[in-house]
Ligand binder design. Structure first.
Ligand code: SF4
Ligand code: SF4
Length: 174
């Protein structure tokens, strides 16, 4: 029996990220049946995140062009341990990072038209962070739309927690 240990991820050269990414990939490749529930929950998270995309895109198009303090700085480019579990459960590859960009520079994945990483593949923090102007924009929109949005956000968080709980409960028995 292998024991899976949770560690805070360190993406710096010589850090533990490469070995954690590889061991998570092996766990999902080697135990497809045992982790069926985790895979299913991860797929549901991906669907919920993608469904919120159009509303987020619309809000961003209205608010972000005026922004003087862009939130997409490079420090936020890196996936946390939980994000990596989720990507491994989806069978998705990790993005390829460069370590040459300083933390406070624009994110290495920020392109001319916004983030170049698929919405459901971004770090969780990227999909759930809302600055005050963005929140204000959403709150001032049609009430049913705002309620749907908040509800979607709560569902994503709940489903992701379920997925992680299922994984960490099971992972110790592989
Ligand atoms: S989400 Fe907010 S902080 Fe980030 S770029 Fe848009 S307006 Fe700026
Ligand atoms: S949303 Fe994309 S561009 Fe922005 S910090 Fe996250 S990964 Fe980087």
């Amino acid at each position: 029996m292998n024991t899976y240990v949770y560690e805070k991820i360190d993406h710096r050269p010589g850090g533990n990220a490469a070995s954690i990414i590889s061991s998570l990939r092996d766990i999902f490749v080697g135990a497809p049946e045992g982790l069926r529930e985790v895979r299913q929950l991860a797929a549901e998270v991906a669907e919920l995140v993608s469904a919120m995309g159009p509303a987020q895109q619309k809000a961003c198009a209205a608010v972000c062009p005026e922004c003087r303090s862009v939130c997409c700085i490079n420090r936020h480019a890196f996936h946390e341990h939980e994000d990596i579990v989720y990507l491994a459960a989806l069978g998705e590859k990790m993005p390829s990072y460069t370590m040459r960009v300083p933390d406070t520079d624009p994110c290495q994945f920020l392109g001319a038209y916004g983030c170049t990483v698929g919405r459901h593949l971004r770090p969780h923090r990227c999909n759930t962070y809302f600055c005050s102007p963005m929140l204000e924009y959403l709150e001032n929109g049609p009430a049913p739309q705002y309620r749907r949005f908040i509800c979607g956000l709560q569902l994503v968080t709940k489903k992701r927690e379920e997925m992680l709980e299922a994984f960490y409960n099971k992972a110790y028995s592989f």
